[in-house]
Write a protein that binds this ligand. Structure first.
Ligand code: SF4
Ligand code: SF4
Length: 375
C-alpha cells in the first residue's frame, strides 16, 4: 500500500453535514490525500463518509477500527466480540464497502492490554477478516510504547497508529504525559533540556522499522499545544510543518493523520508538500533545547544531505543503531541495508555531511562501522 504522507483524520467530521464531508473528501482526493482514518463509531458520520465515497471508494484507503463501538447512543471501547462484530459490520454497511484496507484493533493502551489479545476471540475475528480479504492488513492503535512494542514484536500487526510528537518523545518513562501537560497549563516550568529521546519510544520506532510495521501518526501537534510557546511543554513554538516533518522523520513512519474539518483545512494541510526544507527544519529549535544532542545520536532527519555518493545517511545510521543499540543481529537488518541505493562503502569521507548535521553526529566514523558490520 502506498499512502500519502499527509492523510485525513476524520474525527472532526463527526457532527458535520453530508455536504461538508463531501467537500472535505473532494478536496482530499484533489490534493493527493489517499488514506483516511475512520475510528468514529457514531452512525451518522459513518453514513455521511460512505455517501461521500460513493463511486470513488477505490481512490482511497481506509483504516477502520475494530473495538470502537456505538452502544446505547455512545462511543465505547469494547472487547466484547458481539459488540465488536456488530460495530465492524455497521462500518462496512455505512461506508458502502465490502472491505477495509487496514482493520485496526482499537485503543490498546494499558500495559496489560496486549497480553490477553493474541489468544482472544477479538484477535481470531480480526485474523479471520484478513484471511477472507475483508481487511487487507491488521493494525492497532495505541499511545503506550511498551504495549505497542509487544504487539509489533508479536508479528501479528502490520500497521501501528501511535501518538507521536517531540514533546511526547521527551517525556521520561517515569512521568505521566497528562500530568506534565497539566503542569504546563498551570504555569509550572519543566526542564527537558538535558533529556534525550525517551528510550521506550526509541525502541518502539526501531522495532517497527525492523519488523516492517508501518506507523501512522496521531497527535503530531499534541492537540495544537506545540504551536504555542506558552502551552507547549517544550517552551518553544514549532510550526505545523515542523511538527509534521518531525513525525515523518521517525523510523517506520508512513503517514501523519491530520484532523481536517473543511476543504480549506485540507488545502492548508496539503500545503505541507510545497513547504521548503528550511520551513520544515525543526532541528535548530529542538537542538537549542539540548534535545538529542548528547552523545551525537542520529535523529534520522537527513539534514546532512546531499551526499556526493548518494548515501541515505539517515537510513544507514538507523540500521547501524538497530544492531549497536538494540541488539538486533546484523543478519536480520542486512536485507534492508543492501536495498539502499548506496551503502556505506560508497562514503569518500568528504565530511560535507558532518558540517551540516545539527546533532554533531560523527558520520564518517559511523559509515566505517556500518561497512565493518554489514559488508
Ligand atoms: S547524521 Fe545528523 S543530519 Fe544526518 S540524519 Fe543523522 S542527525 Fe540528521
Ligand atoms: S562523508 Fe561520506 S556520507 Fe558524508 S557526505 Fe561525504 S561521502 Fe557522504
Amino acid at each position: 500500500m502506498t499512502v500519502s504522507e499527509i492523510s485525513l483524520g476524520c474525527e472532526h467530521l463527526q457532527g458535520k453535514s453530508c455536504e461538508l464531508i463531501d467537500e472535505v473528501i473532494d478536496a482530499a482526493i484533489d490534493n493527493g490525500i489517499n488514506y483516511l482514518d475512520v475510528f468514529m463509531s457514531e452512525p451518522n458520520v459513518r453514513t455521511n463518509i460512505g455517501k461521500a465515497l460513493k463511486g470513488r471508494r477505490h481512490k482511497v484507503m481506509i483504516q477502520g477500527h475494530i473495538g470502537a463501538c456505538w452502544v446505547d447512543g455512545q462511543y465505547k471501547v469494547s472487547r466484547d466480540i458481539d459488540e465488536c462484530t456488530t460495530a465492524f459490520e455497521d462500518l462496512l454497511t455505512r461506508l458502502q464497502t465490502d472491505y477495509i484496507d487496514v482493520g485496526f484493533i482499537h485503543f490498546v493502551d494499558k500495559m496489560t492490554d496486549w497480553d490477553s489479545l493474541p489468544d482472544s476471540d477479538m484477535m481470531k475475528y480480526v485474523l479471520s477478516l484478513k484471511e477472507k480479504g475483508v481487511i487487507k492488513a491488521v493494525g492497532m492503535s495505541s499511545h503506550n510504547p511498551i504495549t505497542a512494542k509487544k504487539a509489533v514484536e508479536s508479528g501479528l500487526i502490520d500497521v501501528l497508529m501511535f501518538s507521536l510528537n517531540p514533546a511526547y518523545d521527551l517525556v521520561p518513562g517515569d512521568r505521566n504525559m497528562v500530568e506534565i501537560f497539566n503542569e504546563v497549563f498551570e504555569g509550572k516550568e519543566q526542564d527537558f533540556t538535558s533529556l534525550t529521546l525517551e528510550p521506550a519510544r526509541a525502541e518502539l520506532y526501531r522495532a517497527c522499522e525492523e519488523k516492517g510495521v508501518a506507523i501512522t501518526v496521531m497527535k503530531a501537534l499534541a492537540m495544537g499545544t506545540l504551536l504555542s510557546e506558552e502551552r507547549s511543554p517544550l517552551g518553544v513554538a514549532l510550526t505545523e510543518a515542523q511538527c509534521i516533518s518531525y513525525a515523518l522523520g521517525r523510523p517506520a513512519v508512513s503517514a501523519v493523520m491530520v484532523g481536517m474539518q473543511s476543504a480549506d483545512e485540507v488545502r492548508a494541510a496539503a500545503a505541507y508538500y510545497n513547504t521548503t526544507e528550511e520551513e520544515k527544519n525543526y532541528t535548530d529549535i529542538l537542538g537549542r533545547l539540548g534535545m538529542f544532542t548528547s552523545g551525537g545520536r542520529c535523529m534520522y532527519c537527513n539534514h546532512c544531505l546531499p551526499c556526493p555518493s548518494h548515501i541515505d545517511i539517515a537510513s544507514v545510521n538507523k540500521y547501524l543503531d538497530l544492531v549497536e543499540l538494540d541488539r538486533h543481529t546484523a543478519d536480520s537488518v542486512k536485507a534492508h541495508y543492501f536495498a539502499l541505493d548506496a551503502t556505506a562503502s560508497s562514503c569518500i569521507s568528504c565530511g560535507a555531511c558532518e558540517g551540516r548535521c545539527p546533532f554533531n553526529v560523527e558520520v564518517i566514523e559511523r559509515m566505517k562501522r556500518a561497512v565493518q558490520i554489514f559488508e
